[in-house]
Design a protein around this ligand. Structure first.
Ligand code: 6PG
Length: 247
C-alpha cells in the first residue's frame, strides 16, 4: 500500500468543503470509469457538514442517479433514532436528493444484530457480486476517527479487527450505543479509496498515534486501514494535524 495522502486544511469549514469537492471529483471519475459511484458513508458527527455541502453547494457536481449509498457502520437503533448513522445522512444529504429507494443500502440497525449483519453481507453480495471469498470493492469509503483511535465500529481490542472471512459483524463497543454493526477490515482494505475526515484539537493525539505511533492496530484500530490496492486520504484540519511531526 502506498503511503497515505495527508491533506491539512486551515480549519474545519475548509476541511468540510474540500472533502465534499474531493468526493464529487471521485464520483465523477467512478461514474465515467464504470457507470456508478459506490459510496460508503461514515457515521458520527464530523461528516455531517460535508454531506450537507454535497447535497447543496455541490448538488449539480454529481450525477446522483448513478450513486449507490452504503454505510461503514451503524448503531443498533431504529433508522429514525437520533443516534442512527442513517438518520444523520438522511437528514443532512439523502433527503435533499431525488434518489430511488434502491440507491440507498441501509444497515438495518433495528433488527437483531447478528441477523442484520448477515443480511447486510447478502446486500453487499447482491450489489457487488463476486465469488465466495471475494470482497466488495467500494469506490470510496469515508471514515472518521474516534479519540480512542477507533474507526467505523472497530474498537480497541475487538476481535472484529482480526476478522478475515465475514464482511459485516455485530459488535458490542465501549461507547453508547453499545451494540453496532461494522464492515470488517477485508472489505475496508479492498476499497479503491478510503477518506478519513478528522477535525479538532481533541483528535490530535489520536491522529498522531495512528499515523506516527508504533504499529499496533489492537491499540490503534484505525491503523488496520491499509487498502492492498487502493489509496488512503487523510483530510485533517490544522488542529487535528497539530501533533504530527511531518505533514
Ligand atoms: C460512528 C462512526 C465512528 C465515528 C468516530 C468519530 O458510528 O460513530 O462511524 O467511527 O466516525 O467515532 O466520530 P465524530 O465524527 O462524531 O467525532
Amino acid at each position: 500500500m502506498a503511503d497515505p495522502k495527508i491533506i491539512v486544511l486551515n480549519d474545519a469549514d475548509d476541511l468540510f468543503v474540500h472533502a465534499a469537492e474531493e468526493t464529487a471529483h471521485i464520483a465523477g471519475e467512478s461514474i465515467c470509469t464504470h457507470g456508478e459511484f459506490t459510496l460508503c458513508l461514515s457515521g458520527g458527527s464530523t461528516p455531517a457538514a460535508t454531506y450537507d455541502l454535497l447535497a447543496t453547494r455541490f448538488h449539480l457536481s454529481v450525477d446522483w442517479k448513478e450513486v449507490q449509498f452504503f454505510w461503514g457502520d451503524e448503531r443498533c437503533v431504529p433508522p429514525d433514532d437520533p443516534e442512527s448513522n442513517f438518520a444523520m445522512a438522511n437528514r443532512t444529504m439523502l433527503s435533499k436528493l431525488a434518489l430511488k429507494p434502491d440507491q440507498v443500502h441501509r444497515m438495518r440497525g433495528e433488527e437483531e444484530p447478528a441477523r442484520a449483519a448477515k443480511a447486510y453481507e447478502e446486500e453487499l453480495r447482491k450489489h457487488f457480486g463476486g465469488a465466495d471469498g471475494e470482497f466488495p470493492r467500494f469506490d470510496l469509503i469515508m471514515l472518521g476517527l474516534g479519540d480512542n483511535r477507533h474507526t467505523a465500529s472497530l474498537f480497541p481490542g475487538d476481535s472484529a479487527l482480526h476478522e478475515t472471512q465475514r464482511m459485516v459483524v455485530a459488535v458490542e463497543v465501549d461507547a453508547a450505543p453499545r451494540k453496532r454493526l461494522t464492515l470488517t477490515p477485508p472489505v475496508i482494505n479492498n476499497a479503491q479509496r478510503v477518506m478519513f475526515l478528522v477535525a479538532g484539537q481533541g483528535k490530535a493525539a489520536a491522529v498522531k498515534d495512528v499515523l506516527e505511533g508504533p504499529r499496533d492496530p489492537d491499540k490503534f484500530p484505525a491503523q488496520i486501514v491499509a487498502p492492498h490496492d487502493g489509496e488512503v486520504i487523510w483530510m485533517l484540519d490544522t488542529a487535528a494535524a497539530s501533533l504530527l511531526s511531518r505533514r
